[in-house]
Design a binder for this molecule. Structure first.
Ligand code: ATP
Length: 467
């Protein structure tokens, strides 16, 4: 079974269970307080909160998601992405725990055909009801791990809908004695969390008490990349059919093989991940900028470019990879196919612009590193990082990443100090301009030039009549 079959199989399975299939929503959420759609539940929030009437009480989606909280992990772990697809089934005041667990088990055992003895689950420590349901489905007590609030209790905010969750893990098997004694949540390699079931059953009050919700909800999310890695029997998400064509394209462009070294593995994973993320973000109308979503997009492009340098990719390349992403995903997400030439032009322009900055910055940084190496030191002054940032335009996280690659650090305190003093200077000069604005008040302008007739409703040209 490949990723396409898993994706379609999931949606079909839940359709047979009375769920309405909806298309993936945009990565840019309707809710202006959120940066990106980070889970399948996000676009359905107003249904869960009772603010809108859902088209069905049972919904299933495969939602494209972007998460930035895991960005440091991307490239370093086999299972974290900034862009990923989340398979989800949702009950809006309809079925609850019993059915949600029964559906999950049936899908895992009968459709995916995973062996039951490889399954472990975690539950919220006080949620004994869920524990009993798992036992009824043949998961023995020793493979049901109780965890605390920080791991297995979901809440939208300090007050409001919340509830326990339960996560399903796949045991890849221990390869040494230490791993024999590990438990889900503690081991990166052995246990892979792939499906999370959230049981929204309470409404947390201001005083902290948990009031049962009159209509309870189910929200589940399974990472397509992770479940595909299990089904395809590979060690990392990046070796699945979702990523391999992109990795192969990177190998071709760079002339370096994926498994050449830890460095090439890390770089190619991060680049492949970011190539997907940036392609999809631009398709959803995000453009590189210095603010909010545009800034995240810009960071991803720059991060990918820096990783590119470590495998000889010194000329723009992301725009080329976006074509492979489009070929791979365009059937499911037509936006990446239809807008490909636009996506490529945005990427190429951004890459070209940043390339010069990066070249100058890294040349300077390399020289500094060489000097410090000669001195036998592994920390460079904060002043260098500040100069790179302030004068050469190299973002701090790019410098940090470049330093990390060679095992170097920098004096962060000094950097912060310089940054703060620069901010103070900016504030002081802004105050100056405020004073200037006060001086040229509207009254003063009117006195100087007389009144101005506004004709903007009829024409866009300014017709000022000086009296
Ligand atoms: P983790 O602790 O492994 O980072 P999580 O507990 O934050 O995951 P959930 O928010 O419960 O994950 O998301 C549901 C599912 O979505 C996870 O079980 C996983 O399969 C997938 N998922 C979540 N975050 C990522 C990510 N950054 N990259 C890939 N898949 C992810």
């Amino acid at each position: 079974m490949n990723s396409k079959e898993i994706r379609e199989g999931f949606l079909k399975y839940f359709e047979t269970k009375g769920h309405l299939r909806l298309k993936s929503f945009s990565l840019v959420p309707q809710d202006p307080t959120l940066l990106f759609t980070a889970a399948g539940m996000v676009p359905l929030k107003s249904y869960f909160l009772g603010e809108e009437i859902p088209p069905s009480r049972r919904i299933t989606t495969v939602q494209k998601c972007v998460r930035t909280n895991d960005i440091e992990n991307v490239g370093n772990t086999p299972r974290h992405h900034t862009f990923f697809e989340m398979l989800g089934n949702f009950s809006i005041g309809d079925y609850f725990k019993e059915e949600a667990i029964a559906f999950a088990m049936e899908f895992i055992l009968d459709f995916l055909k995973l062996p039951k003895e490889r399954l472990w689950v975690t539950i919220y420590k006080d949620d004994l009801e869920t524990k009993e349901i798992w036992k009824k489905h043949g998961i023995p007590e020793e493979r049901i791990i109780p965890l605390g609030e920080e791991d297995n209790f979901w809440m939208m905010g300090p007050v409001g809908p919340c509830g326990p969750c339960s996560e399903i893990y796949y045991d890849r098997g221990a390869i040494n004695e230490k791993e024999e004694h590990e438990l889900p949540g503690s081991s990166e390699r052995r246990f892979l969390e792939f499906w999370s079931l959230v049981f929204t059953q309470y409404d947390r009050q201001i005083d902290g008490t948990l009031k049962p919700l009159p209509r309870k909800n189910i929200d589940t999310g399974m990472g397509l990349e992770r479940i595909t890695s299990i089904i395809e029997g590979v060690d990392s998400d990046f070796e699945t059919d979702l990523f391999m064509p992109i990795i192969e394209h990177i190998e071709k462009l760079s002339g370096v093989s994926y498994k050449n070294s830890d460095r090439s593995i890390r770089a190619m994973r991060a680049i492949a991940d970011h190539a997907r993320a940036v392609t999809f973000l631009i398709a959803d109308h995000v453009i590189p900028s210095n603010e909010k979503r545009g800034y995240v997009l810009r960071r991803l492009i720059r991060r990918a470019m820096l990783f590119g340098r470590s495998i000889n990719l010194t000329e723009p390349f992301l725009y080329k990879l976006s074509e492979t992403v489009s070929n791979l995903m365009g059937d499911i997400y037509p936006e990446v196919k239809e807008d490909l030439s636009y996506i490529q032009s945005v990427l190429k322009e951004e890459e070209t612009k940043f390339n010069t900055t990066l070249k100058d910055g890294l040349y300077y940084l390399d020289n500094v590193i060489e000097d410090y190496k000669k001195k036998g030191e592994k920390e460079i002054p904060g002043d260098v990082v500040f100069y790179l940032y302030d004068t050469l335009g190299v973002p701090v996280e790019i410098t940090e990443l470049a330093l990390k690659e060679v095992g170097f650090t920098y004096n962060k305190e000094r950097f912060e100090e310089l940054l703060e003093s620069q901010r103070e200077k900016a504030r002081a000069s802004f105050k100056g301009s405020e004073a200037f604005l006060e001086r040229v008040s509207f009254g003063a302008v009117k006195n100087a030039v007389g009144s101005v007739e506004f004709v903007g409703y009829e024409t866009l040209e300014t017709v000022a009549t000086l009296k």
